[in-house]
Design a protein around this ligand. Sequence first.
Ligand SMILES: [Zn+2]
Length: 66
Amino acid sequence: MKINIPGVKCPDCDAKLKATVEDLAKQRTVRCANGHAIALKDSGGGARTAQKSLGDLERTLKNFGK
Ligand SMILES: [Zn+2]
């Protein structure tokens, strides 16, 4: 499940970034449209928690189909 985080902007040029909760949880480095590399920081581990919740939700939804 890919959930884009809204409102993430490049600190260098203010371009909108396409970062997912997974990217943030894994603290990946993403690039903006102008090629700046931004190291995502999951401060406090919120994204990890959110991603885990999403995983649980996904499993719950799958179980509905049984
Ligand atoms: Zn940029």
